[in-house]
Ligand binder design. Structure first.
Ligand SMILES: [Zn+2]
Length: 169
């Protein structure tokens, strides 16, 4: 398993000088460190994690977001039981996104498996930029995504300020 910090640091819970410097300079966050340590603890329960690369980790309120390489993201997407196992081991609602994915890709990752039909940039009168997505169909009670949480995840992971609309009201 590859983590934002060295595997050795994640095992010992103590950062080497290199990782310590990255944390101080802001290249790494405390969430990267804490979640790396947690991942190392749960690794023995999930053998598939051996091959997985976690590029960045984020804490958003009571949930976790992991930025994975494209191949690793595909692995969890194709095996829902494996994803649930990971989420249960982490004991937190877990969001998966592709590291260094385009804005559109990361939007789709956060809203997975919901279909996004349109993505637009919206400029507000104060000059700030927001991203507006339009979701297929209308919002029903069974809509699987907590939109407010998804907005926070996108802000944390990609700096996206998100507006959400539906195709039909
Ligand atoms: Zn280190």
């Amino acid at each position: 398993m590859k983590l934002p910090i060295c595997t050795f640091d994640a095992k010992s819970g103590i950062l080497c000088p290199k990782c310590e410097a990255k944390l101080k300079s802001g290249q790494l966050t405390q969430a990267d460190v804490d979640i790396s340590i947690k991942m190392m603890k749960i690794a023995p329960q999930i053998s598939e994690l051996d091959k997985v690369s976690i590029v960045r980790a984020f804490e958003i309120d009571d949930s976790i977001a992991l930025a994975l390489t494209a191949g690793d993201l595909a692995l969890f997407r194709s095996d829902y039981a494996l994803f649930k196992k990971l989420e249960q081991a982490l004991e937190k609602k877990t969001w998966l996104v592709q590291a260094e994915g385009s804005d559109r890709k990361v939007l789709e990752d956060v809203f997975f498996p919901v279909r996004i039909v349109n993505v637009n940039q919206v400029w507000l009168p104060d000059g700030s930029k927001m991203t507006k997505i339009v979701i297929s169909g209308r919002k029903t009670e069974r809509f699987p995504i907590d939109i407010e949480k998804a907005q926070k995840v996108l802000k944390a992971v990609k700096g996206i300020e998100l507006l959400v609309g539906f195709e039909r009201q």
